[in-house]
Design a protein around this ligand. Structure first.
Ligand SMILES: [Zn+2]
Length: 309
């Protein structure tokens, strides 16, 4: 599996940081006009009716899943608010049908930033119970523990507690909740016939994960959810992660191993009575340096693990 160039990790980190500051730099959204790549989406056909849309030339938000077929369109997540026109333009290259169902994987603004743009029309927004509750009470999470109000059009109209299934395009999209993982309202979607799973941000493929404890996430929950996804997959399953390239079952296994080994390495140092600064200086995660990226640096990962002990 090819890795994304490091500059994408940097742009992603920069933009997630900017979301925290509630700033969307137009230059990032529309290209710099000085020969740097123009921001857009690219579409990859994954399997069966399922496609993946991801940022091209910069950061557009989390990976988007689409099921397009004779019955209509179901979409999983919808990127940053600033990319709505780019998103619509890209989808129109594959279908002229409207989006019937919009499934939200979790509360972060780089995944559900455009809910209102769809919710104001005939699109039915679907999410876990906790996500609707969180949007209604706290608003949309934009990073750094900050939230912006979610108007009515932004709110899911169909919610579920454990799991539900949408039948369309000759497939069954099974939507499953994993408790207290990346957040407390996570949904994972499995297309049974296409044999494709969209993990939301439970999987950052090839990067240290962000565990959003301020929105109910937990290390234990992320590990349990990854194990659940592993058990749902077979050797042929194609896995759309929240961020990063398409994954296979083996990438889930290596992510679980990385998490467990990292946790044990940090715990061993903490058990010796070392302080956070001493643990960071001891470089316990050096073996996993390829997972380091701008938003979840090795230092930040150590802090997340210390919080989980
Ligand atoms: Zn997220």
């Amino acid at each position: 599996m090819q890795k994304r160039p490091h500059n994408i990790k940097r742009i992603l980190a920069l933009t997630i940081g900017l979301i925290g500051a509630q700033i969307f730099i137009p230059a990032l959204a529309h290209g710099h006009g000085n020969g740097e790549p123009k921001l857009g989406f690219k579409t990859e056909k994954v399997s069966g009716s399922v496609y993946m849309l991801s940022g091209d030339g910069g950061f557009t938000g989390g990976n988007i899943g689409l099921s397009i077929g004779e019955d209509g369109v179901a979409m999983i997540d919808n990127g940053l608010p600033s990319v709505i026109e780019l998103l619509k333009t890209e989808i129109a290259k594959t279908t002229d049908k409207p989006v019937d169902y919009l499934i939200n994987t979790h509360v972060h603004g780089d995944h559900i930033g455009n809910n209102a743009a769809y919710g104001a029309s005939d699109t039915q927004i679907v999410s876990h119970d906790n996500l609707r509750k969180s949007l209604k009470e706290k608003g949309m999470a934009i990073g750094g523990g900050k939230n912006i109000p979610a108007p009515k059009a932004h709110l899911p109209v169909i919610t579920f507690s454990d799991q539900m299934t949408i039948h369309l395009n000759g497939d069954a999209a099974q939507i499953i909740h994993f408790a207290k993982a990346h957040t407390d309202g996570d949904a994972v979607i499995k297309f049974k016939e296409a044999n494709v799973i969209h993990t939301g941000d439970i999987l950052f493929n090839g990067m240290f994960p962000y565990i959003d404890t301020s929105n109910g996430g937990s290390y234990v929950g992320v590990k349990a959810a990854l194990q659940g996804i592993y058990d749902m997959a077979d050797e042929e399953t194609l896995i759309i992660p929240g961020h990063g390239p398409i994954a296979k079952k083996e990438n889930i296994a290596s992510t679980i191993a990385m998490l467990e080994e990292s946790y044990n390495a940090v715990k061993a140092l903490r058990d010796k009575g070392m302080s956070e600064q001493e643990i960071i200086a001891a470089k316990p995660l050096e073996e996993f340096s390829s997972f380091h990226w701008g938003f979840i640096t090795t230092e930040k990962m150590i802090q997340q693990l210390l919080e989980a002990l």
